[in-house]
Design a protein around this ligand. Structure first.
Ligand code: CTP
Length: 404
């Protein structure tokens, strides 16, 4: 359990398991935390305001129209170190997954940038319904933790998966999440580029690449969880972006460069995971390029694109840490790592994450194997096959201590 006192928001959904959540408030208070209970209006039909106020020692409101002067729909979420939602009903998770803001609790869920843990409770049919499972996946993709419900007795005589975990289990899971967190990037401004650029040939065709953006998203999520203020610049990323991360969407290398230039000078760290096209068509046709009647194929003239990483290094502000990524293959000239070392020296960045793409395993996958090379350190930090989240944390473990 964490020793630091936390500001915990306990969101209570409208389910019969709300009565058990009263003891969850006690457990959280007894371990020295400040607890603010935010029930939904339906939750108050099961357990009333007086109970929550007496147990938490804090005022209880459930609508955005209460205590408006305190702007509770923003302040409660922003000040929280941890949000626990119990019982998380099917309706509440549906609203949260879709970004609804129709009561105070859903507003809090939209404004919180801390970890959010859901403890579902509902009948088995509701839990197993594809709509609910889709909402659970969406919440998880947004970076939230949705605990698996227990299997057991439900309201009435039926039993099965859908029973809320016991308060002790919810507290243990939620506090373990917070205490496991390293907060070594608090106050840091971090810019991460992700995905792959597209260079237009004509209104329907482009030169692109296979980068999915997943590693960039994992880095952004890990940095957010370690306390950083993160901006993710996404080039053609289709994956879900977790909450609490500012996002800028771009398509081409030129747009990516403009977006990076607009923010780099205010950043402590810039990580270039985006695969930037090295060449772009010299001319972009306004109309679709047609096949010639004589059967000939067009010749497309290409020009070099600006090297964004190189210009970041050239214009770096004092103390700024710049990371590049390199997808490499070994050849008759040099091994993957020899190419990586040469690229680190050529680019002048502080670290280069080298990825062996022989056989094409990394693109779109949820895991990878990399070696991190550092400019001022002869170590080569090899990360054997691991999730992109683990790789992200391994990189932050190296970057955070290097920040002045
Ligand atoms: N990069 C960049 N601007 C470019 C090309 C690449 O900022 N026009 C960045 C990438 O985001 C990555 C790093 O440079 O962080 C290395 O990319 P890579 O394509 O491996 O480097 P290149 O210099 O293009 O080298 P190569 O000739 O091996 O393709």
């Amino acid at each position: 359990m964490t020793s630091k006192s936390l500001n915990i928001v306990l969101g209570v959904g409208g389910g019969i398991a709300a009565y058990k959540v009263a003891s969850l408030v006690r457990l959280l208070k007894e371990s020295g935390n400040d607890v603010r209970v935010v029930p939904t209006p339906s939750a108050l039909k099961f357990v009333g305001t007086a109970t929550w106020e007496a147990l938490s020692g804090n005022p209880v409101v459930s609508q955005v129209w209460d205590n408006v002067a305190e702007v509770p729909h923003v302040s409660i979420g922003k000040n929280a170190d941890l949000v626990i939602v119990a019982p998380a009903t099917a309706d509440l998770m549906s609203r949260a997954a879709h970004g609804a803001a129709n009561d105070l609790l859903t507003n809090v869920l939209l404004t919180a940038t801390c970890p959010i843990v859901y403890a579902p409770a509902m009948h088995t049919e509701m839990w197993q319904n594809p709509a609910t499972q889709k909402n659970v996946s969406t919440l998880r993709a947004h970076g939230n933790v949705v605990l698996e419900p227990a299997v057991g007795r439900l309201t009435g005589s039926d039993s099965g998966p859908g029973r809320m975990l016991e308060p002790e289990e919810i507290v243990a899971a939620a506090l373990a999440l917070v205490s496991a967190q390293i907060r070594d990037l608090v106050g840091r401004q971090i810019v991460i580029t992700a995905g792959g650029t597209r260079e237009n040939l004509d209104p329907v065709r482009f030169i692109g690449n296979r980068s999915s953006g997943k590693q960039g998203i994992a880095l952004a999520l890990a940095a957010r969880d370690r306390g950083a203020d993160v901006t993710l610049i996404c080039a053609n990323v289709t994956a879900q972006i977790p909450s609490g991360i500012k996002t800028v969407f771009v398509e081409s290398g030129a747009e990516l460069k403009n977006a990076v230039d607009a923010i780099a000078s205010q950043s402590d760290v810039v990580v270039m995971t985006a695969a930037v096209a090295d060449f772009a068509p010299a001319h972009v046709s306004d109309t679709k390029i047609k096949k010639a009647d004589d059967g000939s194929a067009p010749t497309i003239e290409l020009v070099r694109t600006p090297d964004i990483l190189a210009s970041l290094v050239a214009e770096r502000k004092p103390g700024q840490f710049i990371v590049g990524f390199a997808a490499e293959t070994g050849d008759s000239q040099a091994s993957v790592l020899e190419h990586g070392r040469a690229k680190l020296a050529r680019k002048g960045c502080d670290a280069l994450v080298v990825n062996d793409v022989t056989g094409n395993h990394a693109f779109g996958s949820d895991d990878n194997e990399v070696t991190i090379l550092l400019k001022d350190d002869a170590r080569e930090v090899h990360i054997p096959r691991a999730s992109k989240s683990d790789i992200a944390h391994a990189l932050w473990d190296l970057v955070a201590p290097a920040l002045s």
